[in-house]
Design a protein around this ligand. Structure first.
Ligand code: SF4
Ligand code: SF4
Ligand code: SF4
Length: 557
């Protein structure tokens, strides 16, 4: 059966309500006519037409609460904005679901929901990592000795973790919130431990690859940027061939770093992983002598230049491309030559290895857009709520999830890295500042979709950060709650003794447990039900193996 929205089976209203009379209200939604049984809502009528309407506080099969007002639509005859989840469908209604006015109303309603919001979508370490490694997830996995899973988390974003684990300047550690308590978590050493352990297994982790697109890309230059671009392009399903004048790939990594800092066998083994996922190499080939740009442009669907010293408008780039005065767009790395891209970022003054990896990722992203014939804009910024400065009490609240010991020093010295026990011990120092549902949170997804400004309205009296983590499986963060009441209904359905409930009245109303019970006493039944039902990160799973989508996702069965 196919489910379209909020878990509503298509055609549900016809089968759900059998009326004695033949009378069916007839209405128009987005210029399409629909008849629905008496008692249907506008939301159900829209679902029957396959028209999606966003909801947060409403879930099919649950009572509507009409509190988030994100499902507003416009009834044109009356000129009113009405909540689709509860408004009865009536004859001659003329509904608009996605006009500029409706979208603006939804945006403002979302902004109001952030008035009291308290929680970071992304952890400071993640924001600071140019390669966008999901650091908190990796640390939770290492903390539980799930090293294979941690390796998959790392390999999804970082093509050369053993290398970066040795030479990265670790901007993630500079941003780590734990430094406000004592010292940052040793993220770089842990990443190195994960990668080195994985490299020595029979089947080291490789990233998941999309089905082949049949498209090919030539990459000029086999340094970190070029290799990284190839790694990510392969994940998008495009096959890359790397051209370089040297005998062996690696660029500055091979020819510009002391061997004691980065031994060749480590470089070779990580490049081997790139070869394994399908990247081809044409080494000892000089572009402009052995092969010409015109040939690459003719024989490949796109070309990426990543020869290290590249600057917009400089003769070095012109010389590679063979045309004068080429400009490079700073956000997308697209040049003004059709199908040619250039990793200009590698000339930044703050140039670092992890920056080069990020440049490769950006190149791959833009090339993927180009190959899919969509506007080449580079990655867009995703909505990311920041909770700002925390006071000491709030840091202590986050420390409830962290080991209080000081930073672990590798017993065999930094050059040898961590042992298994040391890595686990150090990973447990993480305070888990991220939101564990940050990929599936509907509040975030809709804020992104409607361009909401999370800081437009700010309450003068900020709530105090609280995190309840005494339950074996779940974490409850009241600061992320939108008071939709879905967990209260879930508790009733599951027959909890205590269960979530509304406490207080008016502005002071919040979700909690009767008699201030502990989370572990309040929730005794299947905790995953609450995680699935809660539309935000307020109720999340502690130990995420796979991401659990929140309630109202569009899905097919
Ligand atoms: S609940 Fe959603 S909006 Fe809030 S921090 Fe988590 S992901 Fe971001
Ligand atoms: S404490 Fe953990 S989640 Fe928070 S910033 Fe540091 S590494 Fe990231
Ligand atoms: S904790 Fe309960 S009331 Fe709050 S957002 Fe989640 S489901 Fe809704």
């Amino acid at each position: 059966m196919r489910y379209l929205y909020a878990g509503v089976p298509i055609g549900c209203s016809q089968s759900r309500v059998r009326v004695e009379s033949e009378y069916m209200p007839n209405l128009i939604i987005d210029s399409q006519k629909v008849d629905v049984p008496v008692g249907s809502t506008v939301f159900e009528a829209a679902v029957n037409l396959g028209i999606p309407i966003p909801t947060l506080c409403f879930r099919y099969g649950y009572n509507h609460f009409t509190s988030c007002m994100i499902c507003v639509v416009k009834e044109k005859r009356s000129g009113r904005l009405i909540p689709a989840c509860s408004a009865p469908a009536a004859d001659k209604m003329f509904i608009e679901t996605n006009s500029a006015e409706v979208r603006q109303a939804r945006k403002e309603n979302l902004e109001l929901l952030f008035l009291e919001h308290l929680g970071d979508c992304e952890a400071p370490c993640f924001r600071a990592c140019p390669a966008q490694l999901n650091v908190p997830l990796m640390l939770r996995q290492v903390g539980e000795n799930r090293i294979g899973e941690a390796a998959r988390t790392v390999k999804k974003r970082v093509p050369f973790p053993s290398i970066l684990g040795r030479i990265c300047n670790a901007p993630c550690e500079a941003a780590c919130r734990r430094r406000l308590v004592d010292e940052p978590v040793a993220i770089c050493l842990i990443e190195r431990y994960v990668a080195d352990t994985d490299r020595k297994t029979d089947s080291p982790a490789v990233p998941t690859l999309r089905l082949s697109s049949g498209k090919t890309v030539a990459i000029v230059g086999s340094g970190l940027t070029g290799l990284s671009a190839a790694y990510y392009l392969q994940q998008y399903g495009h096959t890359s061939t790397i051209y370089d004048e040297h005998k062996s790939p690696g660029g500055m990594l091979r020819y510009g770093l002391p061997k004691e800092k980065l031994p060749n066998h480590i470089l070779d083994s990580e490049i081997e992983c790139i070869r394994k996922i399908g990247v081809k190499f044409q080494m000892g080939t000089v572009v402009g002598k052995d092969v010409y740009m015109a040939d690459l442009r003719e024989n490949f669907d796109a070309v990426a230049i990543s020869t290290g010293i590249i600057e917009s408008g400089t003769t070095s780039l012109d010389a590679v491309v063979g045309t004068k005065g080429i400009r490079v767009h700073p956000r997308s790395y697209k040049t003004d030559v059709e199908g040619v891209f250039a990793g200009v970022g590698s000339t930044r003054s703050t140039h670092s290895a992890v920056r080069s990896v990020a440049d490769g990722r950006l190149l791959a992203y833009s090339i993927d857009q180009y190959l899919n014939a969509v506007e080449v804009s580079g990655p867009s910024k995703r909505f990311d709520f920041h909770m700002g400065k925390l006071n000491d009490d709030e840091l202590n609240e986050l420390m409830k999830e962290a080991d209080s010991r000081l930073r672990t020093t590798p017993s065999d010295g930094n050059n040898r890295g961590y042992s298994n026990i040391e890595a686990i011990k150090e990973a447990k120092r993480c305070m888990h500042c991220d939101c564990r549902k940050n990929r599936s949170c509907l509040l975030r997804n809709y804020a992104n979709e409607y361009g909401a400004d999370g800081k437009r309205y700010r309450s003068k009296h900020r709530n105090h950060l609280v995190k309840l983590n005494d339950h074996r499986d779940i974490v409850f963060e009241p600061g992320k709650c939108i008071k939709c009441g879905l967990c209260v209904q879930t508790a009733e359905r599951l027959g909890e003794t205590y269960g979530f409930t509304f406490i207080g009245r008016g502005f002071n109303c919040h979700i909690g447990f009767p008699f201030n019970e502990l989370l572990s006493r309040g929730i005794e039944k299947d905790a995953s039900e609450y995680v699935k039902t809660c539309p935000t990160g307020a109720i999340s799973i502690k130990r995420e193996l796979v991401e659990i989508p929140a309630g109202n996702v569009t899905t097919s069965i």
